[in-house]
Design a protein around this ligand. Structure first.
Ligand SMILES: N[C@@H](CCC(=O)N[C@@H](CS)C(=O)NCC(=O)O)C(=O)O
Length: 210
């Protein structure tokens, strides 16, 4: 039985990165195993053909918000979930918004066209880029405004919400549209810089360059 978290997934996935970030922020070493969505590795599989999957102390958990909350509760180290019910609601709000809206425009839209399509030998679809960049611009405006009233997404302390959004921002910042939008929101840019400078972020940054 593994005595440290084992994470199965793909290195570039923001959801996998978030789970790895949780371990690193808690000061917990983990093992990462490459497994494509729909794959089976050492008996581990995701029943809905996604990644990540966590195996730890003989159990498996899937769905990154569930994994992140579970690891935060189980592992020693700084708490990544606030105690106050409003701060907790804010954290959950941003985890949902990131997974349901921001991920779609930035990763599913801009990053998929600008960074992933060329890897497959395809030209980016510029109509999709323009449409999703406009959505990203509006969404990040909301984030920027939120960050003007607190250091982190859910208030004064780092929470899981920040660890969900930061990997998404990392990838979109590698596209011309992402860079331009981020440069137009200095508070968001500052927040991201502070996240990217954290040892946990550096240690878990995927070894992939586009
Ligand atoms: N709700 C899932 C989403 C995970 C997810 O979509 N992962 C992507 C990789 S970033 C995936 O497995 N994609 C495969 C697919 O969409 O078929 C979670 O939070 O863990």
């Amino acid at each position: 039985m593994a005595d440290r978290p084992q994470i199965f997934g793909i290195p570039t996935s923001t959801f996998c990165w978030t789970v790895r970030l949780v371990c690193a922020e808690k000061g917990q070493e983990h093992d990462f195993f490459e497994m494509i969505p729909g794959g089976v590795l050492d008996g581990v599989r995701h029943p809905f053909a996604r990644v990540p999957v966590l195996r730890f102390r003989g159990i498996t958990v899937y769905e990154s918000p569930a994994i992140a909350r579970y690891l935060d509760r189980e592992l020693p180290g700084p708490a990544l979930q606030p105690k106050g019910s409003l701060e907790l609601a804010r954290m959950d709000q941003w985890i949902s918004a990131t997974a349901d809206y921001l991920y779609d425009s930035m990763i599913g839209g801009v990053v998929a066209q600008r960074l992933l399509a060329p890897l497959d030998g395809r030209e980016p679809d510029l109509a999709i880029v323009a449409e999703q960049a406009a959505a990203m611009h509006d969404q990040l405006g909301v984030v920027d405004e939120m960050l003007c009233s607190g250091r982190y997404l859910a208030g004064p302390d780092l929470t899981l919400a920040d660890l969900f959004l930061a990997p998404v921002i990392y990838w979109v910042d590698k596209t011309p549209e992402g860079r331009e939008v981020l440069d137009s929101y200095p508070t968001l840019r500052r927040w991201f810089r502070s996240l990217a400078e954290r040892p946990a972020f550096r240690e878990t940054t995927p070894p992939v360059s586009f």
